[in-house]
Ligand binder design. Sequence first.
Ligand SMILES: [Zn+2]
Length: 383
Amino acid sequence: MHMIDKDVNKMMSPLACNPAGPKSQVVASGDVVSFPEEIILSGTVIAGEEMLALEGYVVIKNGIIKEVSEGRERGHFEGIVCPAFVNAHTHVADSIAKDPPFMDLADLVGPGGLKHRILESASDELLVESMRFSLAEMLDTGTCAFGDFREGGSHGVDLLLRAQEGLSIQSRIFGRPLKDPEDVHPACWGVGLSSTRDYDRGFVDDVVRIARKNGMHIAIHAGEAGRDDIEGALALEPDILIHLSRAERSDLRRVAEAGASVVVCPRSNLFTRAGLPDVAEMLSLGINVCVGTDNLMINSTSIFREMELISKALVRDDRQVFMMCTINGARALGMDERLGSIDPGKNARLIVFDRNSRNLRGSLNPLASVVRRAEPSDIMLRI
Ligand SMILES: [Zn+2]
């Protein structure tokens, strides 16, 4: 992709890479290429919020999608044109300590667990640098927006904002108060809570009440270590539930009735042996299901790895899986008016795949190939 970025610069000079601030050297590959006034991308376009493949082209003007049409048009780039990914659940600060020994969920992320011990002892500088590398990795692997659970109170959120400075990735930050339920950074879009079983109930109720009063959204882990915390989570009337890998059908019906979005994180669930979520049932109930890579200690931020796993193990429907990784996440994070699909008027955050790469050449179905086998190395251009 580096080469392609250089080619873009050559072809459309003068183009500027987005300045990444003082740490630009360490995250240079995470920069996004800005482009001239008008650019045309052609080939197989995965168009609209329904992700329907059409042979055609996309016209982009000043960073906004102006036209999506069928038919032949020679584009500046030709390939498989897709919307960029939305990673709906991360803990980017966990990237300071990757690949711990296999261990139980409680020992890894529970109160007093390895994750929290490491985070507490880490310097601010190390946390900011680690998060910045992770955001660059997200950009490299085609993600344009993410929803992050940021622990550490307001100060923790300040660190993430520092890490994100100058990078063309959009975030929705879910803060987590430490002791004072009012301690939620004003830049947060919501509060992101651990399981209800990890807190005193009065504290959780206060956090949620205050967050609602301030117009913030509520997201919470539930149904991961067991299904016993699902009822308590639903009582908070959350906007987003994370995991639900242990949920039974009756739980999912209640989630559907509540109208909450669900973020599934199957690779994380495999590591922690939390079971795999019944994504097919969630979709059949009409739940807005999105995808998150979750804890960076145990997972890379690459949505490609989640897509392949979900499509082969959980839902044999490429279009639905791709929607989970794009528009559904944008919807859950309140970004769908600007991101998540290739529609006129939306921001042009797109990926063009090289259909003649060694990995994709011979594809019978471009969308299926993107979902089931594509790699970051197949990306020809991302904007
Ligand atoms: Zn999580």
